[in-house]
Write a protein of this length. Structure first.
Length: 167
């Protein structure tokens, strides 16, 4: 019986054995890089998905959306950052009240403003005071103005209304 080491050396000298490249780890690396690039890629502005229960108005505005606190005003409720703030019962009361302030909405927005100001102070940036309002096409005008008034009083003077772009 021949020495196994000598047999391996003889095969190497002959070059008769085909060498195969294992590319599994390379494919894993490229997949990770691809996922990272897709996740971090943004064409313009923030991607905003309107709430399911809203039909946004149409406009010819060209301004792009920025990330900001989100308020959704539907036909019968007000939601801040996906948390119900004003339900159907209170929504009907707002329609009848004479005061412009929506107190429950104001209280929630003040808490968000305080947190945002603390975070801005920690990060060394200025508090933007920006808020985005998604309002249904069919909400009454006096509800929209009361929501906007309340946002301003709570420390959010820069309001953007989300719309569908015509074109």
């Amino acid at each position: 019986m021949a020495n196994p080491r000598a047999a391996r050396q003889a095969r190497r000298r002959r070059g008769g054995e085909e060498v195969k490249l294992n590319i599994t780890s390379m494919m894993d690396m490229f997949t990770i890089i691809l996922v990272f690039l897709i996740k971090n890629f943004s064409t313009e502005g923030a991607i905003v998905t309107p709430a399911d229960n809203l039909t946004l108005p149409r406009s010819t505005v060209e301004k792009h959306a920025n990330e900001a606190l989100s308020v959704q005003v539907s036909k019968n409720s007000i939601i801040v950052e996906n948390v119900l703030v004003v339900d159907q019962k209170h929504f009907d009361e707002i329609l009848k009240q004479k005061d412009f302030m929506i107190q429950t909405l104001h209280d929630v927005l003040v808490k968000y403003a305080e947190e945002a100001k603390k975070m801005a102070e920690i990060s060394g940036k200025d508090f933007s005071g920006e808020i985005t309002i998604q309002g249904d096409v069919e909400i009454p005008y006096n509800i929209l103005t009361r929501v906007m008034y309340t946002c301003g009083q709570a420390g959010y003077p820069k309001m953007n209304l989300f719309v569908y772009r015509q074109g």
